[in-house]
Structure formats: C-alpha cells, structure tokens
Unconditional design. Structure first.
Length: 337
C-alpha cells in the first residue's frame, strides 16, 4: 500500500457524493448508449456539463484516439506522431485540427513551419475560436514575449524546445509515465497539470504502454474537490487519489454506491479518479454551496448536439465489447459523452 490510512481522514458527509457522482454519471453514459430516457433524474447532472468518469470517453479524447493516434489516413513515424498529439492537444479543439489538416496538411517534424501554421491560425481566429476552454492555457513566458499571438508563442515553443531541444527524442526513451511527465514539464507553458495530461495522451499511442495507475498529478479542480472531501488528505493531494484507488470497493460499499458499472475489463484508473474529484467539486458547488473552496458556481450548461459518437479505445486495452454499442447520436453537446 502506497500510503498509511491514518494520514487520510475522509469527510464522510461530502466524500459520499464523490461515489454518488461516479455511479450516477456512469449510469448516464450507459443510458445514452442504449437510448434509455430519462438519462438521469438528478437535476444538477441534467442541467450542467460534466465530463464522463472515463477521460478516454470524452469527445475530444475519442477524436484524438481514432483520428490522430490510430488514424488510417496516414502512416507516420514515432517522432511525427508525438508532435501531432502535442499540437492537437495544445488547441484541444477538433475544428482547429481539421482546419489545419485541410489547409496545411499532415504536420510532421520535417515540415513544421511556425510562420505558416501561425498565419493560418490567425486567419481562422478572425471567425472562430482556435483554443478549447477545457484547460487553463496561460501562454505567457518572457522568452516569447516578442511574439504577439498566443498560438505563435506555443508553436514556437514546440519548435525550439520540444523539437530542436530534443525533448521529443528523450521522451521516446522514457522508462515510465512519470519520466514523460517530467520531460514535458521542462517545456515553457506546460505546467504540472498539462504535463500530466499530455503524458497520458502520449501513452494512448502504441509507442508506450505504461500503467496509468503508476503515477498521477492532481489538477486545480481536483484539488478543490479533495479539499472538500477530506478533513486530512495525507502529505499531498495525490495521496487522496491513491487512497480512493486502493480502497475503492470498500468505500463504495461504505457509502452505498456499489452499483457502478465500468467499461468492460477496465476499471477507472488514477487518471479517471483525479478527474472525478474535479467533477465532484463542480457538482458540490450546486449541491452543497456552503462548501466554498475556490469557484462557487458551475459555468457550463449542457447544450444539445445531434452528432453521434462511436467509441474507440487504444487496441492495447483489449476492449472489444464496446464495438457495437454507444453509437447513438449525442443528445447533448459533449466534450462529454
């Protein structure tokens, strides 16, 4: 066991909502898969936008997996693939990626031209947003203050640090998920949370096969959720995530939420548990508004969308049971399925 349980003191009246959220949000997932309505009777979950329990099921991750990492349209080498994953994730917006593919073509190490890509994005930005609002992207660093646009700063960093600084090559020889995280964290603009998220995205590819339960970093939203759910969370916020992972069956039983139905043969990992603390924080803003830790309201409302989603997972996960389910049109706009 990674931590000593006496370092962890749950706030039972609050932590129970964490397991409630996981179970109910997963029920929504399965109800959508099989067109069972209403999706939920919970007015908070019905009104606001919440990500799925499994990060790999969200719409942007699904696109990344099926259309970038495991695309059949082009065959690229490992360095090109890591570059494509990083560029996609910097903007984290499907429309921006498709625009670049149409106007610029496949992005590779050999043809990566910051000026040309930046010019295209500047044109795009006149009519459409090019960055997703899913992550906090500060995009400021003294080294790049001479550049005027956020996207040019990011792309220049990719060129000068990730490519020319040989970070990409060092990542290819990583021995762990944490190694990838540390290397990405050396890049300007890529803070702790983004480095962890990008490391996970790299790990979706066939280049790596590191255990998602070997390493985790808590983001700002997860930290707020952890503070609400625990009187004492150990020596760091990640201890609370490991605690839940190591005791999840007992905790589900304790709080009365043992009906969680996972994706076949794939229980939520540390990554997913981290994400659920962030979403529980959002849920508690509406359910228990007296718990004031950081933000006090939920900003994003759930909006309808008719577009379908067909679930695709990294082949190495061995999930074949999902091939013929979850292909119904999305009734709600979902970075979230």
């Amino acid at each position: 066991m990674r931590i000593k349980n006496y370092d962890i003191i749950p706030n039972d009246e609050v932590l129970r909502y964490y397991f409630y959220f996981m179970q109910e949000r997963m029920k929504i997932f399965w109800n959508r898969c099989y067109s069972s309505f209403p999706l939920t009777k919970d007015p908070i979950l019905a009104k606001y936008k919440f990500t799925n329990v499994y990060r790999a099921c969200d719409r942007v991750s699904q696109y990344l997996i099926s259309h970038v990492i495991y695309s059949t349209d082009s065959v690229v080498n490992e360095r090109d693939l890591l570059l494509q994953i990083l560029v996609f994730k910097i903007f984290n917006k499907i429309e921006t990626w498709e625009y670049l593919m149409h106007e610029y073509g496949p992005i590779t190490v050999s043809n990566f031209n910051v000026a040309k890509i930046s010019k295209l994005l500047t044109l795009r930005q006149q009519s459409y947003p090019i960055f997703s609002n899913a992550y906090m992207m500060t995009g400021t660093h003294k080294r790049y203050d001479h550049l005027t646009t956020k996207h040019e700063k990011w792309l220049t960093m990719v060129k000068e640090e990730f490519l020319d600084g040989n970070i990409v090559d060092k990542i290819l020889y990583s021995n762990s998920l944490e190694d990838i995280y540390k290397l990405l964290h050396k890049c300007s603009f890529i803070g702790s949370f983004l480095a962890y998220q990008y490391a996970i995205d790299f790990n979706y590819s066939s280049i790596f096969n590191f255990d998602e339960n070997s390493f985790v970093r808590a983001g700002i939203g997860a930290i707020r959720g952890i503070k609400k759910c625990f009187h004492s969370y150990g020596k760091n916020y990640e201890d609370a995530i490991f605690y839940v992972h190591e005791n999840i069956d007992e905790l589900r039983s304790k709080y009365g939420y043992s009906d969680f139905k996972p994706i076949p043969a794939h229980q939520p990992t540390l990554l997913d548990l981290q994400n659920c603390f962030c979403e529980t924080d959002k849920y508690l803003r509406a359910k228990l508004p007296e718990l004031k830790v950081g933000n006090v309201r939920i900003k994003q409302i759930y909006h309808p969308s008719p577009s379908p989603i067909v679930l695709t997972f990294p082949p190495k996960w061995g999930i074949t049971e999902m091939n013929n389910v979850c292909t119904q049109p999305s009734l709600k706009e979902s970075i979230l399925f």
